[in-house]
Design a protein around this ligand. Sequence first.
Ligand SMILES: [Zn+2]
Length: 484
Amino acid sequence: MHIRRPAAAALSLSLVAALSIGCQGGEPAPAPAGPLPTAGTPAPSSSAPLVPGQDSAGDPYVPGDGNGGYDVRHYSLQLKIVPSDARKALDAVATITAHAQREMTAFNLDLAGLEVSRVEVDGRKADFSHEGEELVVQPSATIAGGGDFTVTVAYSGTPQPVNDPILGRYGWIRTADGVAVACQPSGAHTWFPGNDHPSDKATFDLALTVPQHLTAVTNGESGRKTTRNGLTTTRWKVEQPMAPYLAMLAVGDFEVKEGVTPGGIPILVAVDSSVRSPSVEDFYRVKAQITDEWVKLFGPYPFGSTGGVVDNADVSFALETQSRSIYGDFDPTQTIIAHELAHQWFGDSVSVTQWKDIWLNEGFASYAEWIWGERMGGQGVQSRFDDLYQGTPPTAWQVRTGDPGRDELFNGFAVYDRGAMTLHALRTKIGDDVFFSLLRRWAKDHEYGNATTAQFVALAEGVSGQELSAFFDAWLYQPSRPPR
Ligand SMILES: [Zn+2]
């Protein structure tokens, strides 16, 4: 995520703390009141006790997000999207293949709002109740532990954006010609049911059906396109595991450019036709160039394609949605593009296990942004570090980078700048060669997985041969400026 704020160089340092950008974790808008379509709370129909899965992943930053008892392997989403339909912009069927980690007579999916008309488990009708953001499914037969099962959910309605008091609106954002969807941290379950926590990554396929005059873009690679009865369907595959919050959608009137980067990576970019700058050609060229450069620095590109979407969405952020970052209606600088592309390795391929480790995403992407700025002839990384080290007021150092608190998830200094400073201080301590081989090892060892700060510290010690616990403790966990 990149949140627009005044350029660091132009920023009065006394304003840094005041501008700290946080996030409440985003409680999506309450589900509309009204009768539930069917079922109601499952009634115990036999003497067998109900053995439910957990209703939360247990991440204190996002208390209701995620569930327990199963691990999603694959989401297959069939989405008919008519953005202009105020009551039923989305008519969908989600088929989720999951691995049961234990025996369950019931389990939860996250889903905010929307109307569920039918739930099946392994092809058999299941009882369900939908309250708030939890869809509780009670299959007709107990799910055995250790096996896979499939749950199909038919649902419809118009997804509501998440209204975050600090971050603003995100999630399902209506645009003049369509919709733009970006979901960090808690927006995925406003448009599809699932296990909405980054600790449960899965592959996806999507069939997007939209009015014929519109274009739909999502993550991954597109395949067959068919048009019938004024509606066009495109099929997409996301073949590497993806955290639900990294799923994106853009529907509208787009100029699309596809190809292969000079380094050989398939690329697809789209720019809404109402966006004046960048042009689709410039956006394509910069995306391709930086993708190829980051491959040289961070190792093999983790996904099947690269690219991005600039949409006419009234949001002031860009999000590193997997393989296809999405940008609101502002001209993204090269450094912002460099930031979102670095996230493909750091955040998307290597994902957090819990949100408190968000610096593993944002510190790394911010440091990449500094590196790109330096390469473009802008301020050098050492000079940026020095300015921030000298000029940041003591109050800003009180937020702990390695566990900033739920409200400070996107704190511009503590998570982004101090995260980047941590990496720069580490680079200074262990040397360029060891530092960059550490970054490549990190990306390779945890490719497509989840990782923790403790694992990064351990790898840094292993690769460098240095004892670094005091160093990382000072940089990540102390509420004060670390010694140099
Ligand atoms: Zn970011």
